[in-house]
Design a protein around this ligand. Structure first.
Ligand code: PHB
Length: 392
C-alpha cells in the first residue's frame, strides 16, 4: 500500500512537470453522401492514411476527427455545420470543404471561434483573402490552369473556346487560361459560362463546334458533372472533328477514368497531383489511401489535399502544444515545407496557399491495360498566380 502511494505520488509529480495531454478535436466538412460522396470518401481516405502512417497523437495529444456531411454546395448548411462543430463539439480546427461557396460561408466565423480552417479542396483564389486564419493544401484553378496557356500555343493551337462552370473556380480558370494563352499569342474566340447544375451538355458541344475554335478549354468541379461533360465531348463528335481538349485535371480524375474508357485516351490536362506520380512518398501514400478507401480505382486528388491538410494540422497542434490559439497555429505553418505525395510543397507565408509543382499530363494506357494520367512535363514551384501581389 505504502509503495503504491509512493508510486502514485511520483507519477503525479511527473505529470505536473509536463503540460497535460489534451484531446484536440478536428471537424471535417465534406460531401460524404450524395452524388459527390466519392470526393468526400477521398477526404476521409487521406485523413485515415495520414493518421495510420503518423499515429493518432500529435506531440502527445490525442487527435479526434469529427466528420460532418455536406452533400452539395450549400453555404447556409455549411455555416450551420461549422457553427455546430465550434459550439457543440468544441473543435479547435476546421478542415475539409469541397466547394468554394461552402468555404466562403465559413471564413467569417473563424476569428471569433479562434479556429483555423485548413482547406482540403475549395479552389477559388480569393477565399484566402477572406480571413487570415485560412490555410490551403489543395490548389487553385488559376494555379493548375496557367501553364496550359503556353502549352496550347506550343502545340500549334491558335484559337480556343472556353467553357466553365459559372462560379468562383470556373471564372478563375477562364481568366487564368485566357491571360496565359493570349500572352503566348493565342486568341480566345468565345467564353461560355455554364450553370453549376447543367447536366445536358450537347447544346454546349454544338456551340463549341460552331465557334471555329481548334480547341476547347473547360473547367467543371470533379464528380458526376465532369464525367458527364467529358462523355459528351467524346460522344458528340468533337473529338472526331479534331477539336482538341484542354483542361485542369479535375476533368480526368482517376476515379472517372474506368467509366470514360478508351475515349479518354490523349486528353491533355494540367494538375498538381496524379495517382500515378512516381515517387517513394506517393507509393506509400497510394498504398495507405487505397487501403483506407477500401478498393482500387477510387482514389483521386481530394485524398492528397486531405493528407497534406492533416500534416499542416499536426504541425499546428505541435506548435500550440494542444492549446487553442488559432493565430499561433497559423503563424507556425507559414513557410512550412515538406515532401508531399505530389512532390515538394510549401505554404507561402504571404498567401497561406500551397506552392507546388504543376504537371502536364496525358491520358495514356498502362501495361495493365488501364488508362491513367501520365505526367509528361513539370512546371516547378508554382505559386497561385490568382493571389500574386498587384502588378505581377
Ligand atoms: C470548388 O468549388 O472550389 C471546386 C470543387 C471541385 C473541383 C475544383 C474546385 O474539382
Amino acid at each position: 500500500m505504502a509503495v503504491r502511494t509512493l508510486m502514485g505520488a511520483a507519477f503525479g509529480l511527473l505529470l505536473a512537470g509536463t503540460a497535460s495531454a489534451e484531446t484536440v478535436k478536428v471537424g471535417i466538412i465534406g460531401p460524404f453522401s450524395g452524388p459527390f460522396a466519392l470526393q468526400g470518401k477521398n477526404f476521409q481516405a487521406g485523413v485515415e492514411a495520414y493518421m495510420a502512417a503518423n499515429g493518432k497523437q500529435a506531440k502527445g495529444h490525442d487527435v479526434e476527427i469529427i466528420y460532418k456531411d455536406l452533400p452539395a454546395a450549400n453555404p447556409q448548411a455549411s455555416r450551420a455545420l461549422a457553427q455546430e462543430l465550434i459550439v457543440k463539439d468544441k473543435v479547435q480546427y476546421l478542415g475539409g470543404v469541397y466547394f468554394t461557396p461552402d468555404a466562403l460561408a465559413i471564413t467569417p466565423l473563424l476569428k471569433q471561434a479562434n479556429a483555423p480552417l485548413v482547406i482540403f479542396n475549395a479552389a477559388t483564389s480569393a477565399i484566402m483573402t477572406q480571413s487570415p486564419l485560412v490555410v490551403r493544401t489543395s490548389f487553385t484553378t488559376a494555379q493548375t490552369t496557367t501553364p496550359l496557356g503556353k502549352v496550347a500555343v506550343d502545340r500549334g493551337i491558335k484559337k480556343v473556346i472556353t467553357t466553365v462552370s459559372d462560379y468562383g473556380p470556373g471564372v478563375d480558370a477562364e481568366n487564368a487560361f485566357k491571360k496565359a494563352f493570349e500572352a503566348a499569342g493565342g486568341q480566345v474566340v468565345e467564353s461560355i459560362r455554364m450553370p453549376l447544375n447543367t447536366t445536358d451538355f450537347s447544346p454546349i458541344m454544338q456551340r463549341v463546334k460552331d465557334s471555329g475554335a481548334e480547341a476547347v478549354f473547360s473547367f467543371l468541379p470533379s464528380g458526376p458533372t465532369t464525367l458527364g461533360y467529358v462523355k459528351a465531348y467524346n460522344d458528340t463528335g468533337l473529338k472526331q472533328a479534331g477539336i482538341k481538349f484542354l483542361a485542369p485535371g479535375d476533368l480526368t480524375q482517376e476515379s472517372d477514368l474506368p467509366a470514360l474508357g478508351d475515349g479518354a485516351l490523349g486528353l491533355l490536362t494540367s494538375f498538381h497531383y496524379a495517382v500515378s506520380h512516381d515517387s517513394p512518398e506517393n507509393k506509400k501514400f497510394v498504398e495507405g489511401a487505397t487501403k483506407a478507401i477500401g478498393g482500387a480505382d477510387q482514389l483521386s486528388f481530394p485524398s492528397v489535399g486531405a493528407y497534406d491538410g492533416m500534416h499542416v494540422i499536426y504541425k499546428m497542434i505541435e506548435a500550440t502544444d494542444g492549446k487553442q490559439d488559432a493565430e499561433k497555429a497559423v503563424n507556425a505553418v507559414k513557410g512550412l515545407s515538406w515532401t508531399s505525395p505530389r512532390g515538394p510543397v510549401s505554404i507561402d507565408p504571404e498567401t497561406r496557399h500551397v506552392t507546388q509543382n504543376i504537371y502536364l499530363r496525358e491520358v495514356a494506357k498502362g501495361q495493365d491495360g488501364k488508362t491513367y494520367n501520365k505526367e509528361i512535363q513539370t512546371f516547378p514551384n508554382q505559386k497561385d498566380p490568382g493571389l500574386a501581389p498587384a502588378g505581377q
